[in-house]
Write a protein that binds this ligand. Structure first.
Ligand SMILES: NC(=O)c1ccc[n+]([C@@H]2O[C@H](COP(=O)([O-])OP(=O)(O)OC[C@H]3O[C@@H](n4cnc5c(N)ncnc54)[C@H](OP(=O)(O)O)[C@@H]3O)[C@@H](O)[C@H]2O)c1
Length: 349
């Protein structure tokens, strides 16, 4: 597969190129950047020194699409919406990491992100969460990968949503996320003296990812679900820990909850159910999954206030972005979805 990355100078772009360079069935044929055109990829991503001689180039739809079978977009929302239609016309397969084509409902998109220039494409993209939309992704020309917080929330909540035991109008989700989730562009809030040593409630209400969580979990439930979501920035570079409070309308035993998770994820290669009785890593922990395409999910049942507390941990730049995107490409190509992605993290980290 000949692959290209638009916005390759960014953080998701960096992990995309890293994964594609070591993917046994992929070749990285072009990487674009407006700021670094003509410079070596390793001048921005120093971890790639000595590994590739590829240089950044300016985005030019014809030059790029001629050399690619798959193009990934690691650019901000609103930038993608004008690039994707041009690429679609060339017949190349597109995997977009931005939010521009995730939300199917135009009004909802515009509430969170502003005016959409190509609403006709909203219904044409497939939401790129492999565990929920595998068969559709296999046939897709345009895949829109989930947001990183949404990935952890949806993967954690989905198995119990259809159980009939959960109050679907009162789902409470709370995420803690590392600094790389806000990308490579800096601002005062990401400046080290302001960002270090924090547990900052940067979006206690009205977070944009609420829209995609509700969209996807409503589809799983077969009816509209309502989510109260809050996000906190914490002192990590990579990783997300999401805590999901599912209030129970009928009693569930631990064995039954295990059964729901096992049945929903069956043989999913990148979902690990973590619930140990002893040790310091009894439940999902971002420290364990950093650098991997795994999403670790675990739970506890609270008898005091009948609820299941689900914990979900993933690396925002891999399972929450670049890894998930490569997993989608594998599915679109009809090869084993784990190709180029099956490696553990580092321990200790
Ligand atoms: N960071 C995460 O954890 C994460 C997870 C899931 C999804 N995402 C989504 O993935 C996308 C990329 O995120 P990121 O964190 O990689 O951002 P980033 O580090 O800021 O990188 C984005 C890159 O896009 C290019 N760019 C910026 N504005 C552009 C424009 N108007 N037109 C064309 N290119 C432009 C920039 O490269 P040049 O200036 O060099 O051209 C920049 O390096 C975003 O849509 C984000 O929401 C991010």
């Amino acid at each position: 597969m000949r692959t290209g990355v638009i916005g390759a100078s960014g953080y998701t772009g960096g992990d995309l190129v890293r994964l594609l360079l070591f993917h046994p069935k992929a070749e990285l044929t072009c990487v674009t950047s407006r700021q670094f055109s003509g410079k070596y990829l390793s001048s921005v991503h120093p971890n790639l020194r000595g590994i590739t001689q590829i240089k950044f180039e300016e985005f030019n739809v014809n030059k790029i699409s001629d050399r690619c079978d798959y193009i990934f977009l690691g650019v901000p929302h609103r930038a993608s919406m004008n690039i994707v239609p041009q690429l679609l016309e060339t017949g190349v397969k597109i995997i977009d990491l931005s939010a521009d084509f995730r939300i199917k409902n135009l009004e909802t998109y515009e509430y969170y992100y502003g005016k959409h220039e190509h609403p006709e494409l909203l219904g044409k993209s497939i939401y790129g969460i492999s565990e929920l939309h595998k068969e559709e992704i296999k046939k897709a020309n345009l895949v829109s990968c989930p947001g990183c917080l949404a990935s952890s929330a949806i993967l954690g909540a989905a198995p119990m949503i259809g159980s009939g035991a959960v109050d679907l109008e009162r789902i409470v989700i709370d995420s803690k996320v590392g600094s790389s989730a806000s990308g490579r562009e800096f601002s005062l809030s990401t400046h080290h003296p302001e960002r270090a040593n924090i547990v900052r409630p940067y979006k206690a209400t009205n977070h944009r990812h609420t829209a995609e969580m509700e969209q996807e979990l409503s589809e799983v439930a077969g009816k509209q679900v309502k989510i109260a979501f809050s996000a906190h920035a914490v002192d990590m570079v990579r990783g997300i820990l999401t805590t999901i409070h599912l209030f129970l309308e009928k009693e569930l035993t631990e064995k039954e909850v295990w059964g729901l998770f096992r049945e929903f994820y069956n043989d999913e290669p990148f979902i690990r159910i973590i619930k140990q009785k002893t040790g310091i890593y009894r439940l999902p922990d971002p420290k364990v999954i950093v650098g991997t395409n795994y999403c670790d999910i675990g739970f506890e049942i609270d008898e005091h206030m009948p609820r299941v507390v689900v914990l979900s941990a993933l690396d925002n730049l891999i399972k929450g972005a670049a890894g998930q995107a490569v997993q989608c490409m594998n599915l679109m190509e009809g090869i084993d979805e784990t190709t180029g992605l099956k490696f553990p993290g580092i321990h200790p980290y």
